[in-house]
Design a protein around this ligand. Structure first.
Ligand code: GAR
Length: 212
């Protein structure tokens, strides 16, 4: 039973626990959403960072259902809304978002978002940039190109986002080997494993490092 006299003490203790406000991040994703799910789950136990919303350009993307199941609201936007209005920055502002994470998001980020979230947009790419980056290089297309090239290694790149595809500052890379029996599918599995292992941790470091 809670005694009224104890309330100020209880309140004081919980304030101390939560001295710094939660940093809210939003995930942008266009497809399956295994990375988004991993990131949401990772930060569910964080005292500093929370995934507050997921946004997608694709109404059929499985990421929407994955997010909602984990209690994270997910919204869909159109090409016109993204490129020709300030609807998305307004939604993000209203929800107190301070970082954007692109996890399998396939559209180029427009100037209004780059300006509002300057240096605070992070993307993951499933290859060792600057190789296999640029327009049209996403998902299985990247793995197919790596297999066809005969490269003996591939990996992941986590980077800040600018006005060009896959050309921001690289924050982190991790490698894996490409064996002679590998196919685009088996390489994709290796890459996803690396992504799930490192992406949430790199986000955490970057977001906390940027905290004012
Ligand atoms: C990930 O491998 C990510 O690196 C890639 O899409 C996949 C999304 O998987 N992103 C790009 O290719 C961007 N150029 P997921 O939907 O299971 O997280």
């Amino acid at each position: 039973m809670l005694n009224d006299d104890l309330l100020p003490i209880v309140k004081f203790a919980s304030n101390q626990d939560n001295e710094k406000p939660m940093i809210k991040i939003a995930i942008f994703a266009s497809g399956n959403g295994s990375n988004a799910q991993r990131i949401i789950e990772y930060f569910q136990s964080s005292r500093s960072i929370r995934v507050a919303m997921v946004l997608s350009n694709n109404p059929d993307a499985p990421v929407l259902e994955r997010s909602r199941k984990l209690g994270v609201p997910a919204e869909v936007f159109s090409r016109v809304e993204f490129y020709e209005t300030d609807k998305i920055p307004a939604i993000l502002r209203k929800n107190g978002i301070s970082f954007l994470i692109l996890a399998g998001f396939l559209w180029l980020v427009p100037g209004n978002l780059l300006k509002t979230f300057s240096g605070k947009i992070i993307n993951i790419h499933p290859a060792l940039l600057p190789k296999y980056g640029g327009k049209g290089m996403y998902g299985m297309k990247v793995h197919q190109a790596v297999i066809e090239s005969g490269d003996k290694e591939s990996g992941i790149s986590i980077h800040t986002v600018n006005e060009k595809y896959d050309e921001g500052q690289i924050l982190f890379q991790a490698k894996c080997s490409v064996e002679s029996g590998d196919t685009a599918e088996t390489l994709a599995m290796k890459i996803h494993e690396l992504e799930h292992q490192y992406f949430p941790k790199v986000i955490e470091e970057e977001v906390l490092g940027n905290r004012q």
